[in-house]
Write a protein that binds this ligand. Structure first.
Ligand code: DX5
Ligand code: ZN
Length: 216
């Protein structure tokens, strides 16, 4: 059985002590840290900037998966790279030249991904797949943690898996929004390689058990 990458979202961590949250993730075996960057424009919420990422970078060696829910990723991605991002994910729905942006990020020496909101189809990113390390499929409308998983996104995950396998692209599928043991299993069954999970892990009585329940 393939190993699923678990990427807890620190959006649900205690913001008054993020370093503690990240340390805990390290101790309980998280693979990546998912960092949700929101600009109050692309989504109706404002969260973390590159200075916070930089501060956290000094506290852990965990892989930083930075999810940019911002209108102008072409303007800000370098700040997040400098801050220590290992993977930068921007959204298909922004106006920027996505192919150029993906290439620029990749050429800078880090990994790159594109995220698709629930209403965006796989076909819209199909031509970009050869340039991507990852596609992030949103299973909630981006903006807030703690929302319910949209089960009608499962066929989309299956379709993406089929294309990536058929064309032998070197591209991971990551799922974000409403992931718990049950919905995580559905996603892995549909072909997901990585699972983001925020409220399920951080509100669990035992976050280590929560991570384990996502890995099997
Ligand atoms: C939502 C964010 C998610 C969010 C997931 O816009 O992209 O990463 O933190 O939180 P849960 O797991 O609580 O749905
Ligand atoms: Zn996210």
């Amino acid at each position: 059985m393939k190993k699923v990458i678990i990427a807890p979202s620190i959006l649900s961590a205690d913001f008054s002590n993020l370093a503690h949250g990240v340390k805990m993730l390290e101790e309980i075996g998280a693979d990546w840290v998912h960092i949700d960057v929101m600009d109050g424009h692309f989504v109706p919420n404002i969260t973390i900037g590159s200075e916070v990422v930089k501060a956290l970078r000094g506290t852990t060696k965990l892989f930083f998966d930075v999810h940019l829910m911002i209108t102008n990723p072409e303007k800000y991605w370098r700040d997040f790279k400098k801050a220590g991002a290992d993977l930068i994910v921007f959204h298909q729905e922004v106006l920027a030249d996505k192919k150029k942006l993906a290439k620029d990020i990749k050429d800078s020496g880090i990994k790159v991904g594109i995220s698709i909101k629930p209403k965006t189809s796989v076909e819209e990113i199909e031509s970009l797949l050869p340039y991507l390390d990852l596609v992030l499929v949103m299973t909630v409308e981006p903006g807030f943690g703690g929302q319910s998983f949209m089960e009608d996104m499962i066929p989309k995950i299956k379709r993406l898996r089929k294309i990536i396998d058929e064309k032998k692209y070197n591209c991971l599928i990551e799922i974000d929004g409403g992931i718990n043991a049950a919905t995580g299993e559905l996603c892995v069954g549909a072909g997901a390689d990585a699972l983001v999970s925020g409220s399920y892990i951080f509100s669990a009585i035992d976050p280590a058990d929560a991570i384990k329940s996502l890995s099997i």
